[in-house]
Design a protein around this ligand. Structure first.
Ligand code: SF4
Ligand code: SF4
Length: 367
């Protein structure tokens, strides 16, 4: 935080939500649903997870009441922001039978103006990864670009961490460095807030803030340091590209395949995984066909089906594909790791498989 950072008192948080709505944004923020943090449209501060925190571990997620009334005292949730730019299911075209034959149309609905409230440093990194895949690439996904470009991102620095977090090992957090329009740090009594873009500055100017004091800025650094110290998981990424690709026949792939259920949870919660499939759905009279894109997973058997059969027909090869793509060949394709260290795949794997431990096991037995 710089000296230009402002202070927004806690009882003016509603003013921020109102201001965003007045600027025609639909605010998407954290809420508590079915005992988990889920991102939904919010209008009032009392919809936010005030006074909630979480406990996480391999295959463990539990919301708990915290000892204070902080709004953003929780860590990665089963939800991620990717579905707002890359929906789990979206119509990508229709074909309608008319007297002149089949007419093809591509949906041109305007992108919603979303203000994403509470984006963490690892999530900013994940959005940047998806930008490389879908937007800042030779082949642009137009629907993604429209949604992404219309969104306002309000980041929040972490003041806590789960046992599954390892953003420090991936160089992504816990402090938000770039990729936001506004960034906030929650301290006692309110939020230290700073803009990161002209759009963010315009919103900031409309808020009832005060110049931040040195004490408030110190408290901000203290929060971020608390989060950094709370991150105990370390992931040795040294030469991981070579380690994985040089050991494609290692016995550890058999070991993990005995535990992995091939359920695809890890890919569904991952904020960077981008695989999809396309289904054509016709009406009963066969006069209209809708082409729908849906999230898919390399853990699904049919994902690798080709004309000559299924390429990866066992769990061993599917897990190996996921891990080697995420941590090695993703770099070849996009010049970045496919992992940002959010820990979601560890928490939401029903048998508690931890990718950092699988890589460590490989490293230990090959060195
Ligand atoms: S692989 Fe796991 S830790 Fe890495 S970004 Fe995906 S969900 Fe997060
Ligand atoms: S690693 Fe875990 S979450 Fe992923 S497919 Fe296997 S059992 Fe499911």
């Amino acid at each position: 935080m710089t000296q230009q950072a402002r202070f927004l008192p806690r009882d003016e948080l509603q003013t921020l939500l109102d201001c965003l709505r007045e600027n025609e944004y639909d605010v998407i923020g954290p809420t508590v649903r079915q005992q988990a943090i889920v991102y939904r449209s919010v209008r009032n501060v009392d919809e936010l997870p005030v006074g909630w925190t979480d406990q996480q571990g391999p295959a463990v997620y539990q919301l708990e009441e915290s000892k204070n009334d902080h709004v953003f005292r929780f860590n990665s949730s089963p939800d991620s922001w990717k579905r707002f730019f890359f929906p789990a299911s979206s119509e990508i075209g229709t074909a309608t039978l008319t007297d002149q034959g089949w007419q093809f149309e591509t949906p041109q609905a305007p992108a919603p103006r979303l203000a994403l409230l509470g984006v963490r440093a690892c999530d900013l990194a994940a959005i940047a990864v998806q930008d490389r895949v879908f937007r800042d690439n030779e082949y642009v996904d137009v629907a993604y670009k429209r949604r992404r470009d219309a969104a306002l991102i309000i980041a929040v620095n972490c003041g806590t961490a789960a046992s599954t977090c390892f953003c420090t090992s991936m160089g992504d957090g816990p402090e938000c460095q770039s990729g936001f329009d506004l960034v906030m740090t929650e301290i006692d009594g309110g939020f230290v807030i700073e803009s990161g873009s002209p759009r963010g500055e315009q919103i900031l100017e409309q808020l009832p803030t005060e110049p931040s004091t040195p004490t408030q800025r110190d408290a901000t650094q203290c929060e971020i340091e608390n989060a950094r110290k709370a991150i105990t998981k370390q992931f040795d990424t040294h030469d991981v590209h070579h380690l994985l690709l040089a050991n494609l026949e290692h016995a550890n792939w058999d070991n993990v395949a005995e535990r992995c259920l091939s359920c695809a949870n890890c890919t569904m919660v991952c904020p960077t995984c981008f695989c999809s499939t396309v289904d054509d759905v016709s009406n009963l009279s066969n006069t209209k066909v809708t082409r729908v894109r849906q999230w898919d997973s390399c853990f699904n058997v049919d994902f690798s089906r080709t004309a000559s059969g299924i390429v990866r027909d066992d769990t061993r090869s599917r897990f190996r594909q996921w891990l080697t793509h995420k941590l090695a060949t993703w770099e070849d394709q996009f010049d970045t790791s496919g992992c940002v260290g959010c820990g979601r795949c560890i928490t939401w794997c029903p048998v508690g498989i931890d990718l950092t431990k699988e890589v460590a096991a490989l490293r230990e037995t090959t060195s």
